[in-house]
Design a protein around this ligand. Structure first.
Ligand SMILES: [Zn+2]
Length: 198
């Protein structure tokens, strides 16, 4: 593997991705090298397009190819409710349930004292600005029910309360310590329906 700098470089790039260790990275590189069907070229093309076309919406922080994103731009979505999530992927999960018709706000993570992530590293200022400027009546905090997710939710309720907006937390249908990513759609719908005020 080490006989080619290019191979080594690609393997190192793969290893920076979540869940990919050295062995898997090397397997991926070998597989691309062996592939006869132009797989490496189409992967390269898809990556270039990802970099060139896909960006984060300046309002909600979700993934989009247009600015602002379709949800933020939609005249039919409820502007009075904002659902706060950790990652752009969470928007896709909630959209798939079809049960939420408000706006979204991506934090970009949760507090993580060990990694030095506090309020200033997340998109909290932007959320406060949206609440102040818009006609927002309720903020639903849908961070994951992990310790960090709960701490972040508590912090948000504290900073939002003085702004006169109702803050609620998704219900415990979501198993403690888990990611929204691994929750089925029905549980996700129920967790929003059963949200409680903070
Ligand atoms: Zn948006």
């Amino acid at each position: 593997m080490e006989s080619s700098e290019t191979v080594k470089k690609l393997s190192e790039e793969f290893q920076k991705l979540p869940g990919i260790g050295r062995k898997t990275a090397e397997r991926l590189v070998f597989s691309l090298l062996k592939s006869q069907s132009g797989q490496a070229s189409s992967l390269a093309k898809a990556l270039t397009e990802l970099v060139e076309k896909v960006k984060l919406c300046s309002i909600c922080g979700g993934i989009t190819e247009v600015e602002p994103c379709a949800i933020c731009a939609s005249p039919t979505r409820d502007k009075a409710t904002i659902c706060v999530v950790e990652q752009p992927l969470d928007i896709a999960l909630l959209e798939r349930t079809g049960s939420f018709t408000g706006q979204y706000h991506v934090l970009g993570g949760t507090f993580s004292p060990l990694d030095g992530i506090g309020p200033e590293s997340l998109r909290i200022e932007q959320l406060i600005k949206r609440v102040k400027e818009g006609k927002v009546e309720e903020v639903i905090v849908a961070t994951n029910p992990t310790m960090d997710g709960e701490a972040t939710a508590l912090y948000l309720s504290k900073v939002l309360r003085p702004l006169g907006v109702k803050t609620s937390r998704i219900a415990r249908g979501v198993p403690v310590g888990s990611d929204l990513e691994y929750v089925d759609e029905i549980t996700l719908v129920k967790s929003i329906e059963g949200r409680r005020e903070m």
